[in-house]
Design a protein. Structure first.
Length: 172
């Protein structure tokens, strides 16, 4: 999956250059599987109220993945409305990703994502269309856990280290 930017908009008010999307991708690839990098998934409940929850996410093959039990609030929200945002603080950058989250059913993709999770320290194994493991984060719900992939529509970032910058990207 390629996230080609169709538009880059510099939001910086102080004359700094736009941040490159490649910088955000590199940070996501190198830091997303770390245990101390908090991701927050934001969804909308059927009654319109917001819902936010911490998740363990990984950037892999140019996409963001996370897992959830189907009976969790986040999964029920996504079944009704796949639109979501994911916020994360990376080294030198606060990043918000906007898009739609959909279940992954392709066994080959699931096998590769499970292998990536194992590399990061979570011993996920594919069992059918879901993952099993001896443990999971408390907000993951009871297993098995299903894999979601975010289709990006846009993102924005603010540099938290010099030289600075703020940028919005939209994706084709």
């Amino acid at each position: 999956m390629t996230n080609s930017t169709s538009e880059t908009r510099n939001l910086d008010q102080y004359g700094n250059a736009a941040l490159p999307w490649s910088q955000a991708q590199e940070l996501l690839a190198t830091e997303s599987a770390a245990k101390d990098v908090p991701f927050f998934l934001n969804t909308v409940r059927p009654d319109g109220r917001p819902h936010s929850v911490g998740i363990g996410a990984i950037w892999f093959e140019e996409a963001l993945y996370f897992v959830s039990g189907l009976d969790t609030r986040k999964s029920r929200n996504l079944a009704e409305n796949p639109a979501c945002t994911i916020s994360v603080r990376l080294t030198g950058m606060d990043l918000v990703l906007e898009g739609d989250a959909h279940l992954v059913g392709d066994e080959s993709t699931l096998d590769r994502v499970a292998a990536r999770y194992r590399e990061s320290g979570w011993p996920a194994q594919r069992e059918g269309a879901a993952f099993t493991a001896p443990f999971m984060a408390p907000s993951g719900g009871a297993g098995p856990w299903y894999v979601y992939r975010i289709t990006l529509r846009g993102a924005h970032a603010v540099a938290t280290a010099g030289p600075g910058g703020a940028t919005r990207w939209t994706f084709a």
